[in-house]
Design a protein. Structure first.
Length: 230
């Protein structure tokens, strides 16, 4: 049975926050343009879980109107709840809204929440080649010094996705990391640079050859797969 738009409208205004969350989930069954229109007010809902659910869906619905999505999501970066901030950063990355770089950089410098920092770092990776802005590179370089291992691992991966040749020198030291997760992620990251004959990528190729002999099967197989695609 098709979802009734009028019924969803009423549920979005329900007093019970659980009903509002159900309505947000039902928006997936509506016309995307209408769903995007209806979901925007929920990004300012009094309930944190509702705001999180709404902001998370902007990552796909925002394709309908990216300028409006940018406005909504950058506002949500200022949400009092870290989970909502992280969801906003994730959505900005998914939509490749590079215009948000200053806002993301500012929040990264202000927050002490590792989840938010990791989401910001990951969002820059998702933007990848969509931006050659030095602000993204500088933020990721800074993230490599994080005290949180998850943020560091995310930064390693994002530097690969950014595909900025300056990242190679930053990534090479992690080939010898004691943490297999860092070695695995650096194998993935260096794969972005070792797939061409470009002379500046020879160090990445050599590092992958070393990682192909790694004691971790996952690390070794990842490196070998990139070498095979060269």
């Amino acid at each position: 049975m098709p979802t009734d738009p009028d019924q969803v409208r009423q549920m979005l205004k329900a007093e019970n926050f659980g009903d509002r969350i159900k309505a947000i989930n039902q928006l997936r069954d509506l016309d995307p343009a209408l769903a995007f229109e209806l979901i925007q007010p929920l990004c300012d809902d009094p309930n944190t879980r509702v705001r999180y659910a709404a902001v998370s869906q902007i990552s796909t619905l925002g394709e309908q109107d990216k300028p409006t999505a940018l406005k909504v999501l950058t506002a949500s970066l200022g949400d009092p709840e870290p989970d909502v901030q992280a969801a906003a950063a994730d959505a900005l990355g998914a939509l490749k809204l590079t215009e948000s770089l200053d806002d993301l950089k500012e929040l990264y410098g202000m927050t002490r929440e590792w989840l938010v920092q990791m989401s910001i770092v990951a969002s820059l990776g998702e933007m990848g080649g969509a931006t050659d802005d030095s602000r993204a590179f500088d933020l990721l370089k800074s993230a490599l010094s994080s005290d949180n291992s998850l943020v560091r691992v995310s930064a390693i991966g994002a530097l690969g996705e950014l595909q900025d040749d300056r990242a190679i020198a930053l990534l090479l030291p992690y080939v010898g990391s004691q943490d297999w997760q860092e070695r695995h992620r650096v194998a993935q990251a260096l794969g972005h640079f070792a797939s061409t004959e470009k002379s500046t990528h020879s160090e990445a190729h050599q590092a992958l050859q070393k990682l192909a002999q790694d004691e971790s099967d996952l690390v070794a197989e990842t490196a070998k797969s990139h070498l095979a695609n060269r």
